[in-house]
Design a protein around this ligand. Structure first.
Ligand code: SAM
Length: 284
C-alpha cells in the first residue's frame, strides 16, 4: 500500500474541495521563488516532468496536449479568420505552440507575469517551446490585466486567458473590469476564451464567470468541458465568450483538415464538446 505523504509522491491537496491528486516522483528537480509565485519541477516516474506553481499542478509532459489543444482550437475554429491572437498567462508556451499551428494567424502576443515560468519551460518542457522563435510569436513578461487595459480598441481577434486559479496574481483575471477590457480590445467578430476550472468542483465560479462575461456585454457564452488528468477532479473546462452573435457554427471543414496536427482535438470532439453534459446545463 503506497504512503502518499512519503517523499516518493507529489500530492496536490485541495482542502476546500475535499480531494487530492498524487503522482509518483523520481525526485524534485528544482524549486525557485519568483516575486509572484513558487515554481517547482519534479521528475515523475510515469508522466515525465511536472511543473507545480504555488503547490498546484500546472503541466506534465505526458498529458498537457489535452489542455493546450482545447484552450486553443475550439475558439480559433469558431472565429471566421483569426489573425491577431493574445494569450494572457500561458508562460509554459504550450498554448502558444497550438495557436501557431493556424496558418491564418499573423501575430500572437503572449503576456505572462512571470518570466521564471517560461525559463523553466524552456529547460524542462522544450517540446512546448519549439515554436517560440516563430516570427509571429511575441513573448512578453508583464501583468495581463494592465496589458488588456492598455490594448487598442478593436485590435484583437481571439484572447486566450491561460491563467492560474483566481488567487494570487491570477485573481484579477476573473472579474468584470478585466472582461470589459477584453470586450473593448476585441474586433466585432472577436472571441474570448478562459480556463474555467472543474465542472465538478467549481460550478459556482464557472457560473459567476459566465454571468460576468454577459454582464459586461458579451453576446453569448459557451463552456466546453474536457478531460485533464492532473487537475483537481481530472475534469476541466474553458469558457468561450463571443463579442457578437451566437455559438453553434464553427469552421468544421478546416478543423477536419487540421486533424493530423493534433492529438485530442478534432471536428467531432469540437462538436461534441459544445453540447453541455446535462448536469452542467442544469447549473449554468
Ligand atoms: N494550465 C494551468 C491551469 O489551468 O491551472 C495554468 C497554466 S500556467 C502557464 C498559468 C500562468 O498564468 C502562469 O505562468 C502565471 O505566471 C500566469 N499568470 C497569473 N496571473 C497573471 C497575470 N495577472 N498576468 C499574466 N500572467 C499571469
Amino acid at each position: 500500500m503506497s504512503d502518499f505523504s512519503s517523499p516518493d509522491w507529489f500530492t496536490e491537496q485541495c482542502d476546500n474541495t475535499g480531494s487530492a491528486f498524487s503522482l509518483r516522483i523520481e525526485h524534485k528537480v528544482v524549486e525557485k521563488q519568483s516575486p509572484f509565485q513558487k515554481v517547482e519541477i519534479y521528475k515523475t516516474t510515469d508522466f515525465g516532468y511536472l511543473m507545480v506553481i504555488d503547490g498546484c499542478t500546472m503541466v506534465s509532459s505526458r498529458e498537457n496536449f489535452l489542455y493546450h489543444e482545447m484552450m486553443s482550437h475550439p475558439a480559433l475554429f469558431t472565429h471566421p479568420n483569426p489573425k491577431n491572437v493574445v494569450i494572457i498567462g500561458g508562460g509554459d508556451c504550450g498554448t502558444l505552440r497550438e495557436v501557431l499551428k493556424h496558418s491564418s494567424v499573423e501575430s500572437v502576443h503572449q503576456i505572462d507575469i512571470d518570466k521564471l515560468v517560461t525559463e523553466m519551460a524552456l529547460e524542462y518542457f522544450p517540446e512546448l517551446c519549439d515554436k517560440n522563435d516563430d516570427p509571429r510569436a511575441h513573448i512578453l513578461f508583464a501583468d495581463g490585466i494592465k496589458y488588456m487595459q492598455d490594448a487598442l480598441p478593436e485590435s484583437i481577434d481571439v484572447i486566450i486567458v491561460d491563467s492560474t486559479d483566481p488567487i494570487g496574481p491570477g485573481e484579477g483575471l476573473f472579474n468584470h473590469a478585466f472582461y470589459t477590457s477584453c470586450l473593448k480590445a476585441l474586433r466585432s467578430d472577436g472571441i474570448l476564451v478562459q480556463q474555467s476550472e472543474s465542472p465538478i468542483l467549481h460550478q459556482k465560479l464557472m457560473k459567476e464567470m459566465r454571468d460576468a462575461m454577459t454582464d459586461v456585454g458579451f453576446s453569448a457564452v459557451q463552456t466546453i468541458p474536457f478531460p485533464q488528468p492532473i487537475y483537481p477532479s481530472g475534469y476541466w473546462s474553458c469558457t468561450l465568450a463571443k463579442k457578437n452573435g451566437e455559438f453553434g457554427v464553427f469552421r468544421k471543414q478546416d478543423a477536419k483538415a487540421f486533424e493530423q496536427l493534433v492529438e485530442y482535438y478534432s471536428a467531432e470532439t469540437h462538436q461534441a464538446a459544445m453540447k453541455l453534459p446535462r448536469f452542467l446545463a442544469k447549473v449554468l
